[in-house]
Design a protein around this ligand. Structure first.
Ligand code: SF4
Length: 243
C-alpha cells in the first residue's frame, strides 16, 4: 500500500484520496502541526505558502517561520497594491526571518493586451483578478505539489465550510487556520508582538488591491470592505483550481 507522500508524488486521482485522509487526520490539529505535516508529506522543495501580507497574514507567517522560515512564500504583487502592503512585506521578512519570499507580478503582455488603461478592475473585476492574481498564482505554483494559505472558517461566505486539507487539481491545499478563531489569531499577534499592517490604524480590517478595498464600519464583517457594492467576494485564487 502506498504512503500519502507517494500518492502525492504520483498525483492524479490519488490526490483526492490523500487530501481526504490528511483532512481526517488533521481535523483538530494545531496550525503548526498542519504545516509540519505538509512539510513531511511533500518536502520543502514541493511546498509553498501563499500570503497577501494583509491584515491577518503575520499570524500564519509567524507559525510557518517557527516551523521552517525557508518554506517558499508566494506574494502576488498585482500592480494595484498599497505602498503600505509592500512595506509591510519587507517589515515581516525582516521581523520573522523569512528566507524565500517570491513577489510574483502579472505578465506584462496580459496587462497591455487586456488592461491597457488600468480600468479593468472597474469594468470587469473577475477578468482583472484573473490576469493579476489567478493566472500568476497558477504559474507560480507550477513547481509545487502542495500549498498553504490562511483562510479561516470564521470569515464566513464561501470560507465557512473549508476543510483543513483539500485537493486542488493535482496539488494538496492546506488550510492550517481553518479551525482557528479571531481571538486565537489576535493572541498570536500579541504573544509574538507582531507588527500590525499599517492600514489597520486607519480603519482597514481587510486589505487587498487599492481600488477594491475600503474601510469597514464597526458593525461590519472584516471582508465587507472588499469589492464594496459588488456581488464579488473572492478574487478567484481559492475558487479556481491551480492545476
Ligand atoms: S482585487 Fe481589484 S484591482 Fe486587484 S486584481 Fe482583483 S479586480 Fe483587479
Amino acid at each position: 500500500m502506498s504512503t500519502i507522500s507517494q500518492q502525492v508524488v504520483a498525483a492524479g486521482p490519488a490526490i483526492l484520496h490523500s487530501a481526504q485522509t490528511l483532512d481526517h487526520t488533521l481535523r483538530d490539529a494545531s496550525p503548526a502541526h498542519v504545516i509540519e505535516t505538509a512539510l513531511k508529506t511533500v518536502g520543502r522543495e514541493q511546498l509553498a505558502l501563499v500570503s497577501s501580507f494583509g491584515t491577518e497574514s503575520a499570524a500564519l507567517l509567524k507559525v510557518m517561520a517557527d516551523v521552517d522560515p525557508a518554506i517558499p512564500v508566494i506574494f502576488l504583487d498585482t500592480g494595484w497594491l498599497f505602498e503600505e502592503t509592500l512595506a509591510y512585506r519587507d517589515t515581516l521578512i525582516a521581523a520573522l526571518g523569512l528566507r524565500d519570499v517570491r513577489s510574483i507580478k502579472p505578465l506584462a503582455e496580459a496587462l497591455s493586451r487586456q488592461d491597457p488603461d488600468r480600468e479593468l478592475w472597474f469594468s470587469d473585476p473577475d477578468a482583472c483578478c484573473r490576469i493579476r492574481k489567478v493566472e500568476p498564482l497558477a504559474r507560480a505554483l507550477k513547481p509545487f505539489s502542495a500549498w498553504i494559505n490562511g483562510r479561516k472558517r470564521f470569515q464566513g461566505g464561501a470560507r465557512a465550510e473549508i476543510p483543513v486539507v483539500e485537493d486542488d487539481g493535482n496539488k494538496l491545499k492546506f488550510n492550517p487556520f481553518a479551525n482557528v478563531s479571531r481571538e486565537e489569531i489576535e493572541a498570536i499577534y500579541e504573544l509574538a508582538k507582531l507588527p500590525p499592517h499599517p492600514l489597520v490604524a486607519s480603519g482597514y480590517l481587510s486589505v487587498g488591491c487599492m481600488p477594491c478595498s475600503s474601510r469597514t464600519a464597526p458593525d461590519e464583517d472584516a471582508r465587507a470592505g472588499r469589492w464594496r457594492g459588488r456581488p464579488k467576494t473572492e478574487c478567484g485564487i481559492h475558487t479556481t483550481k491551480t492545476s
